[in-house]
Design a protein around this ligand. Structure first.
Ligand code: 13P
Ligand code: SF4
Length: 308
């Protein structure tokens, strides 16, 4: 306990010295969320990165989120506590086939989920997150053909919500959400018959069909806190428990294990630790470095999304 307190104090001192801000996604370990300047979903953290006026951003999340913060802050230092904090959606969507698609279909609109590499973002017309994907797609003229990438479940959900014709979906999947089986949700509903269900749109359609609410991580938290229902089955990564229990202490939240790890944890998000946060503030590594021309091209679709 004493050692942890000392580490937290050390991080606080380093943050002051470095003029650093610590941004944490909802899937981070509770001890990281406790010391964060801002906790949020991927859209909120992109907005927080844009408003920031210090010198260093410690991005406690995954690499594509830190890259987005860097594109928005080209002259500031952005560090990621663990360089291996990737994302299965990024890994499912290499840039070469996207460039080939762009060349073959110059008139199509490429909508890239924020869970893509910065190189893929540079090929996109507009970005989206799970929070604003429906609004982003609705902002595109209906006669346009859209390539939505890379999450197949989010894509199918957006297509259902918008009723878009000519909507092509890349077949990537999140290793955490796509492996939540509907069968396990059914079991949870039988075990907790009074509980409502909130799900992230990266879950399979069979899970989303059983949900009372579908939304981004922050949208799930806000909905469960504001709703009169006091018991919820939460179909997303279990890091959201931190904010759910802090903001709605009287309510009960149940999580369902997926088939990937028999848990509900993102293996990439959980690579970050307090020790690594301290170390990256000392060394300013691992540091996000992006080629200037990629940075300039990736900024356009990000700004388009943020302007909506
Ligand atoms: P949010 O946009 O809801 O934060 O989701 C990001 C993510 O990686 C979900 O798995
Ligand atoms: Fe990527 Fe899934 Fe982890 Fe989110 S939960 S960062 S989509 S692997």
């Amino acid at each position: 306990m004493l050692a942890t307190r000392t580490l937290v104090e050390e991080i606080a001192d380093l943050k002051r010295e470095r003029r650093a801000i610590l941004l944490a996604h909802h899937y981070q370990e509770p001890e990281i969320q406790e010391i964060a300047d801002s906790i949020g979903d991927s859209l909120e953290l992109a907005r927080a990165a844009r408003k920031f006026d210090g010198e260093v951003i410690v991005f406690c999340g995954v690499r594509f989120m830190a890259e987005t913060a860097k594109v928005l802050n080209p002259n500031r230092t952005v560090v990621l506590p663990d360089w291996n904090a990737s994302c299965s959606l990024v890994d499912n969507c290499p840039v070469e086939p996207i460039r080939a698609y762009r060349r073959a279909h110059p008139d199509h609109v490429i909508v890239a989920y924020i869970n893509t590499s910065v190189e893929v973002k540079a090929e996109a017309d507009i970005l989206c997150t799970s929070r604003n994907a429906v609004d982003v797609v609705n902002s595109i003229p209906r006669d346009k053909t859209i390539l939505f990438l890379p999450d197949r479940n989010l894509g199918a959900w957006v297509q259902q919500k918008t009723g878009r014709p000519n909507f092509k979906i890349w077949q990537g999947a999140c290793v955490v959400h796509a492996t939540f089986p509907a069968r396990r949700l059914t079991e949870a509903k039988l075990k907790f018959p009074h509980a409502m269900v909130a799900a992230h749109p990266e879950c399979p359609p069979s899970v989303l069909a059983m949900a009372d609410f579908v939304g981004s991580t922050s949208a799930i938290i806000q909905h469960c806190v504001a709703s009169p229902a006091d018991e919820w089955i939460i179909m997303t990564e279990s890091g959201v428990r931190f904010s759910l229990e802090r903001l709605a202490p009287g309510k009960r939240f149940h999580f369902v294990a997926n088939e990937h790890c028999n848990c509900s944890e993102c293996p990439f998000m959980k690579l970050n630790t307090l020790e690594k946060v301290r170390d990256c503030l000392i060394d300013l590594t691992p540091r996000i470095e992006i080629a200037p021309e990629v940075m300039v091209r990736a900024l356009r679709p990000i700004e388009r999304m943020l302007a909506l």
